[in-house]
Design a protein around this ligand. Structure first.
Ligand code: 5AD
Ligand code: SF4
Length: 469
């Protein structure tokens, strides 16, 4: 049994990161068994689930949509805020009942919660229905853990406190045939004081650019229209392994593969260079959509958060992006109720939001996370004040996202049609270049294609449109 230690995680591994290739072949021990994977959290987790499914399939397991039919259920978890935890623990309660009717059912936990000491201790003591826990750093070892559990019937807990190697060629089953996630950098070294990610995902590790580009070239050959380059902080790409190769170079190389759309998330303002803005502006197939977390508009709070920029720095970068990248849309993340946030600090945030007029914003109430510096700060903001600020912020944020959508009215825009609309099964849906969701009046045969759509109606969170030939 290997359990996590958050203090070790902070210290980082002193050994050099190795680049290896996936080579686990334990035979088809999953033949005849069905799997169900449930994903919580960010796009990195979505993509990790695609790897979990790929590895399970390589051992003979087959997918099932019906959880009641599953022989193995894996929860790929998120630790970013307390409510993510609550959802998983709540769901484990439901699964306990399923185990009563199916004694052979296997339940496993992967993802960021698996990296937390308190969570693993709680699972060991209280959640006996969990058969195995596999951390983020050794995800490539998942099949060995499952097989060991099946062979020995003993509970398996294997979580490393230190980041593992960069493992290429892990089998993957992608959700979409048109749009693919591509990892470019794992981990984060920023240590924003509220954030658990540097502990659960380890130090920054960039993939080699040759491996990334060859993955994108294969995707192009297989008919993919869009790739989204993934990292907790994509702007730090390359800093750990190259002297003069950055996200700007990578975006350029990926754009030149001929893939029709290139996206990237998430950006950190501190690492965002002029060259990066210029490359985004220069290539038509680098999409004009930037998710640029602000977190707070108050310099005092930004400092306490260890964000390394001021509101003035942020605004300067924001204006540069808006002026250079044609028809761009910019979204953001904001936390309210960080320890020490006064009404004046909060008003500074509102002021910046009023100035930037974001296309959209994900807003969060501060949630203290295990072992992070902010969790130990004393000037705690009461829950009711946090909720009041969150509501006031959301009102302003929604006003601007609605206005941004209204500006799209009557325009003819390009959409990548991704599937049937969730709102109306007779319609399809897709995303504009600047990442707005459109419900489209058009035939199902459009799915998988980039087509022209005339925008006919604009709501706060989506657009309506009609296909034009
Ligand atoms: N409390 C509230 N929000 C948080 N985020 C990260 N950590 C916390 C926390 N402890 C938010 C940040 C980040 C987004 C992914 O989640 O805004 O950008
Ligand atoms: Fe967390 Fe900050 Fe790293 Fe983003 S940049 S993952 S908020 S530590």
């Amino acid at each position: 049994m290997k359990t996590p230690n958050m203090l070790d995680a902070k210290k980082r591994n002193q050994n050099k990161i190795e680049y290896t290739s996936y080579n686990i072949d334990l035979g088809k021990f999953g033949n005849g068994k069905k799997y169900y994977v449930r994903t919580y959290g960010c796009q990195m987790n979505e993509h990790d689930s695609e790897k979990i499914k790929g590895m399970l399939s390589s051992a003979g397991f087959v997918p099932t949509e019906d959880i009641m039919n599953a022989d193995i259920i894996i929860l790929n978890t998120c630790a970013i805020r307390e409510n993510a935890h609550d959802k998983v623990f709540g769901y484990l309660g439901v699964l306990k009942h399923m185990k009563k009717s199916n004694k052979d059912l296997l339940i496993g936990i992967c993802g960021c919660m698996a990296q937390e000491e308190v969570v693993v201790n709680e699972i060991l003591n209280k959640y006996k229905q969990v058969d195995f826990v596999c951390g983020t750093h050794n995800l490539d070892n998942l099949l060995s853990i499952i097989k060991e559990k099946m062979d020995t019937k003993k509970r398996q807990i294997e979580v490393l406190s230190y980041e593992g190697d960069v493992v290429e060629n892990i089998p993957v089953i992608r959700e979409s045939k048109y749009s693919a996630w591509v990892d470019i950098i794992y981990g984060c070294d920023k240590f924003c004081t509220y954030c658990i990610v540097p502990y659960t995902r380890g130090t920054q590790r960039s993939r080699h650019h040759e491996d990334i580009v060859s993955e994108v070239e294969d995707l192009v050959k297989n008919g993919y229209k869009e790739v989204t380059l993934l990292g907790q902080n994509v702007n730090a790409y390359g800093k750990d392994i190259y002297n003069d190769y950055t996200l700007a170079n990578l975006l350029e190389e990926v754009a030149k593969t001929g893939i029709e759309r290139v996206r990237f998330v998430t950006s950190h303002p501190w690492d965002f260079t002029d060259e990066m803005v210029d490359v985004i502006a220069k290539y038509d197939n680098v999409m004009p959509y930037i998710h640029l977390p602000l977190q707070s508009g108050s310099n005092k709070i930004l400092k306490l958060m260890n964000r390394r920029y001021t509101s003035e720095d942020y605004l300067k970068l924001y204006k540069q992006i808006r002026s250079k990248v044609k028809d761009s849309s910019v979204t953001t993340d904001i936390i309210v109720g960080f320890p020490g946030e006064t009404e004046e600090d909060f008003e500074e945030t509102l002021k910046l939001v009023n100035e930037c007029k974001f296309d959209g914003a994900f807003t969060f109430a501060f949630s203290p996370r295990e072992n992070t510096p902010a969790a130990k700060m004393t000037d705690v903001i009461p829950e009711d004040v946090k909720m009041d600020r969150l509501h006031r912020l959301n009102e302003v944020v929604n006003k601007y996202s609605n206005e941004a959508n209204q500006r799209m009215l009557n325009k003819i825009v390009k959409c990548l049609v991704t599937g049937v609309s969730e709102k109306d099964e007779n319609k399809v849906c897709g995303y504009t270049e600047n990442m707005k969701l459109v419900n489209i009046d058009g035939p199902k045969s459009l799915i998988g294609n980039i087509v022209n759509v005339k925008i006919t109606d604009a709501k706060s969170f989506s657009l309506d449109g009609v296909y034009v030939e």
